[in-house]
Design a binder for this molecule. Structure first.
Ligand code: ADP
Ligand code: MG
Length: 209
């Protein structure tokens, strides 16, 4: 049993994951916690290179290849950083993890949630987050926020409304299946209110003050 704590942040593109991850890391560090903040795909050099490939709008990537690339990036992150960090008792905040693959590749790409679970079980050796914060927003509102951000959409962000509707439905289904692990947060609210909800959802794992 690892001594550390793994918290993952999930939700649609534009939901505010990266914004919350930064705010949460800052808040917990102010409380004196040693926080390791990482993102997926990425976090370590091999996985950052896979990230470039998988997000490249010019790359032609078949759905199964895409699923395996995400799983490969995850396997490297788990092996190189997550397992050692958790074994040494650290608190790890992760911007996307396993549930993103279940929702995007399993449901969005139609590969099947169970198949994606299986390849990820192989990739991670079964490492499961202690808590997952699911930022809930409509695909339309997420898209609008992304447009405001002013970055060119990556290969996945270019998908159509049906794709994101399937991803959103899959996230909802996962939250219903695993209510103890996955806590739903109203991401439509202002950043401070999103942070407050996140801290409340972590209070039993990370006691306040
Ligand atoms: N709670 C919020 N309310 C309004 N805008 C937000 C909120 N959280 C994030 N944003 C803005 O929305 C955009 C997308 O946020 P980001 O954190 O990058 O989302 P994600 O990482 O989920 O794709 C950014 O421009 C960010 O500043
Ligand atoms: Mg982000």
């Amino acid at each position: 049993m690892p001594a550390g704590t793994l918290v993952t942040i999930e939700g649609l593109d534009g939901a505010g994951k990266t914004t919350l991850a930064a705010a949460l890391a800052q808040e917990l560090r102010q409380r004196g916690r040693d926080v390791l903040l990482l993102r997926e795909p990425g976090g370590v050099p091999v996985s950052e290179r896979i990230r470039e490939l998988v997000k490249d709008p010019r790359a032609e990537v078949a759905p199964r290849t895409e699923a395996l690339l995400y799983a490969a990036a995850r396997a490297q992150l788990v092996s190189e950083v997550l397992t050692p960090a958790l074994e040494s008792g650290r608190l790890v905040l992760l911007d996307r993890f396993l549930d993103s693959s279940l929702a995007y590749q399993g449901a969005g790409r139609g590969l099947g949630v169970q198949q994606i679970r299986d390849i990820n079980l192989f990739a991670t050796g079964g490492l499961t987050p202690d808590r997952t914060l699911l930022l809930l927003i409509s695909p339309q509102a997420g898209r609008a926020r992304q447009d405001d951000r002013g970055q060119e959409p990556d290969r996945l962000e270019r998908e159509d409304g049906d794709f994101f509707a399937a991803v959103a439905d899959a996230y909802d289904a996962l939250a219903a299946q695993e209510p103890r692990r996955i806590r739903v947060i109203d991401a439509r609210r202002e950043p401070a209110a999103v942070l407050d909800q996140a801290l409340a959802a972590l209070a039993d794992l990370i006691p306040p003050g």
